[in-house]
Design a protein around this ligand. Sequence first.
Ligand SMILES: C[S@@+](CC[C@H](N)C(=O)[O-])C[C@H]1O[C@@H](n2cnc3c(N)ncnc32)[C@H](O)[C@@H]1O
Ligand code: SF4
Ligand code: SF4
Length: 322
Amino acid sequence: MEIMGRGFRQIIQESPLYFHLGLKIAGYKLFGRKSPFYGSADIINVCNLHCEHCYWWLNRKENEDLSIKQWKKIIDEKFKKQHVFIVTLVGGEPMMRPDVVELFVKEFPKRACVVTNGTYPISYFKDIYFYWISIDGDEKTHDEIRGDGAWQKTRKNVIDYLKNNGDKAWKDIWITMTINSKNYKTVKKVIADWKDYSNKIGFQFHTPFMKGDPLWLPFGEERNQVIDELLELKSGDLKDYIVNPKDQLEVMKKNWGGKGTTPVDCPTWAIVSVDHMGREKLPCCIGSAESDSMKPICEQCGLGCYSQLILKPYNTSKMMQC
Ligand SMILES: C[S@@+](CC[C@H](N)C(=O)[O-])C[C@H]1O[C@@H](n2cnc3c(N)ncnc32)[C@H](O)[C@@H]1O
Ligand code: SF4
Ligand code: SF4
């Protein structure tokens, strides 16, 4: 028996966690008490790419990265103390700090996922939950956004991972595509390219930090068409491959998050997010710990994780990408 990649023994070992999870869910449903279910951590302040759409570069400052000992303290203080269930590791490029990934996987067995550009060899960790591999279109479009040769490097590293890590390695590979005005016509091609090499695929939309950002796919006909296409695929053979719930895809057709740069309905509280120094980021995982930083435009937000949680903040069975 396996639930969310966990065997029976692991479920038994995790039972204290389910107790806390149950308390959180009951606290929220009965009293509207808001305590985070998820965590996200920028484990590194460096990236080897400079992607056209990337929010992380917008607020990056020259700071040091933390040591393993410092991360252990942050894990305890920010995540374990609050009984966070699943943690997502981002950056920068997290595979440039495999030591920190290893620590998180050890501290959160089958509950830590890593979002990576896949251009570094993908390390095998027995207890990783899974990898989100970021793919931003067919090869040509992906490389326009992420840099020449990026797609081929990622392709090779995914294939090597599958070759080197046994029959079940494909289960660890989940694809994430951030849909924007440049790549929205390549959604089906991305599925065709990656279906045989991955367990699941998740879609989200580009979230701008300035009005008039040309990469934002505006609400309206073209965006609805993309979503309707995904809904149709989800109703057919790709029901289990596409990880987005149908109601979440519907949510992403319009403004669900807020007004201007202020979150209104967005369940920001459900995910505790820290930057590379372990400081809490506001208003959400693409925000910043510094008050003078650039802010995401909530009324045009397309983030997968929060738009799913708006429907059911306590749904820990499927965590969307951030
Ligand atoms: C900041 S990256 C960090 C992890 C890793 N470097 C990678 O590219 O997967 C995390 C995810 O955020 C997505 N992303 C970057 N900028 C975004 C934006 N403005 N709106 C929505 N998603 C964005 C990326 O495509 C990637 O899937
Ligand atoms: S690889 Fe990830 S962190 Fe680096 S620039 Fe691209 S999206 Fe941003
Ligand atoms: S996820 Fe972030 S950008 Fe999107 S609505 Fe919520 S607070 Fe705003």
